[in-house]
Design a protein around this ligand. Sequence first.
Ligand SMILES: *Cc1c(COP(=O)(O)O)cnc(C)c1O
Length: 384
Amino acid sequence: MTHTSYLELSESAIKNNIDFIRGIIGNYTIFSSVVKGNAYGHGIKAYCMLAYKYGVRHFSVSDANEAYEVKKTLPYEDVTIMIMGMIENNQLPWAIENEIDFFVFEEDRLQNAIETANKLKKKARVHLEIETGMNRTGFVPREITKILKYVEKHKEFINIHGICSHLAGAESISNYKRITDQKKKFKNVKKRVKELNLVSPTYHLASSAATIRYPTTRLDLVRVGILQFGFFPTNEILVHYLTKEKIVENPLKRIISWKTQVMDVKTIKAGQFIGYGTSYFTNQETKIAIIPVGYSSGYSRSLSNKGKVLIRGQRHKIIGTINMNMMAVDITHANTIEKGDEVVLIGSQGDVEITVSSFNDSIQIINYELLTRLPGNLPRIITK
Ligand SMILES: *Cc1c(COP(=O)(O)O)cnc(C)c1O
């Protein structure tokens, strides 16, 4: 099957970003590469292969299906896969059999894990998630003694590989108080676990934002997602980093480009509507190029009459509404543009660039959301 558009992943950008993360966390903290949401839209298969090539051995995903994708891509002994979120009871046997690490945040799952491990005669590799203030999932701190004593009774079937929590918005200074409280709670849990002296887990707390902003949260392992793909979680974190390091240039590189080609070129007389309905009216004779990408490929309809694309090294504005599989751009004032010319939806061409964040400005969605909307079935091509 052929596709009307494709994604390019820059291998040198991936290496650059991984090196940057390593440089920050140093040699004693494990870098867990978070590849949920199909590696933030980049594609688990393509991304994980390259991350592995540049030394990443620990991957975090949100559910068992993604864990399965990573396992299929990297079926190697030295790779650890950790499920941070959903796992169905009927997926537990697969996870335990394949030595997948997984978060446990309530007793039912803990019990199921122990029972399943018992049947399989294999130890479950569990990370106990602690509720420190995100108010999403996790055991409350005062349960921890009880849980660890319970685990101790079944220790042939369960291994507490980790104790962890998740911070609620380390990317914004407005959450400073909340984050500080969470850090304190987690520290107390750590102290209690040490005193009990029953397990020696890996402690982890930080995602991208905290890794940059709160160095003391790095602990034994960091779960880093968005930084790998060349984005700071927020502009605030970027500015914080640049100021602290006294540098001006963003040290990260964007990995992804999204490209297609001109499908047709035509000239529309003055006084016509273009495409469905009446959203664009030609005040003058208008030359348009038709692009074979629409909202079914993840190109948001809210970019109708707003978005821009690059053709022959120039920006061109989208006119009319974005259709399911097509859109039109205004090329009236462009140099010659022909059917088959390369079109860049995200990425650069010549000296001009369309960044993922430039989308955000026009339609108010965050990098995370735009990236994860990129369809899983678009071809991913690795470039230098
Ligand atoms: C998504 C996620 C991360 C990674 O977040 P980034 O901001 O992309 O670094 C870390 N931990 C958990 C539990 C997550 O769900």
